[in-house]
Design a protein around this ligand. Structure first.
Ligand SMILES: [Zn+2]
Ligand SMILES: [Zn+2]
Length: 257
């Protein structure tokens, strides 16, 4: 059994895409890049397009869906989405095929066991994902205004946690955004702050979660910097588990330990 591989092909408020591979098969979560840019990033990290079996979609904001349909057609891959989501208004091109997901219900796709779960975000039927591939558990939580017990449970049982750390409250308050947009970001259906991310991690590790490594991702273009994120996260979390702050748009090759 070969170890899984994964990469954050890019994250941030402009474009997000993730890839996970085990046993010569891979899948993608989201694609906010053009299909060609996503393929280029995969190529740079040696992920082969013919190995991709399916694509999962968290939600329809453009930083997650922009090049997703074209990618699904190029790769002849089905796209799995929330069962109540109508993707048509959000994509110019139809998906190659569409599969349906029910939050809280486990689904097995090409050997990957996935549980989609509800998140709190101002998009129709948004999802987070926890899954097991190549003998390891992963949880991805981004684009949510709040965290809950269910997310805690999934994160707790994960080896690798990919967690949003979108904004610095101070940078948001003093930054260029109009108040209405600030309220949206801060709100219960907005995004997680650096402190939210740090606190959640701290609570997990205090309870001796099995997490080996944490990736803080989806940093805001205007209301965060990697340095500020690191300072604010580690003001809540002691850094006792290796972690990485994903710079906006930078491809990051995952490490397993
Ligand atoms: Zn987003
Ligand atoms: Zn979003």
């Amino acid at each position: 059994v070969s170890e899984p591989r994964f990469a954050i092909l890019g994250s941030g408020s402009k474009a997000n895409a993730y890839i996970f591979e085990a046993e010569g098969q891979s899948f993608i979560i989201d694609n906010g890049f053009s299909a060609l840019e996503c393929l280029r990033r995969m190529h740079d990290l040696d992920f082969r397009p013919e190995r991709v079996k399916f694509i999962l979609l968290t939600h329809v904001h453009s930083d997650h869906i922009r090049g997703l349909a074209r990618l699904s057609r190029k790769l002849s891959c089905p796209v799995y989405i929330h069962k109540e989501l109508n993707p048509a208004p959000h994509t110019k091109v139809a998906f190659y095929k569409t599969g349906r997901l029910t939050p809280g219900e486990k689904i097995s796709l090409d050997g990957v066991e996935i549980i989609p779960f509800d998140v709190y975000h101002d998009a129709p039927s948004p999802l987070g994902f926890t899954f097991r591939t190549g003998g390891l558990n992963f949880t991805l939580i981004t684009d949510t205004g709040k965290l809950n017990e269910e997310m805690f449970k999934y994160a707790y049982h994960s080896n690798i946690l990919l967690l949003e750390s979108n904004y610095s409250p101070e940078m948001l308050d003093t930054g260029p955004y109009p108040e209405i947009l600030r309220q949206r970001i801060r709100g219960d259906e907005g995004h997680l702050s650096n402190f939210d991310a740090g606190q959640f991690t701290d609570a997990l590790l205090r309870k001796k979660a099995e997490i080996r490594r944490i990736y803080y991702c989806h940093l805001s273009e205007n209301n965060n910097t990697p340095e500020t994120a690191e300072r604010e996260i580690t003001s809540r979390f002691d850094g006792s588990v290796p972690f990485r702050i994903c710079r906006r748009s930078e491809p990051v090759e995952g490490e397993l330990s």
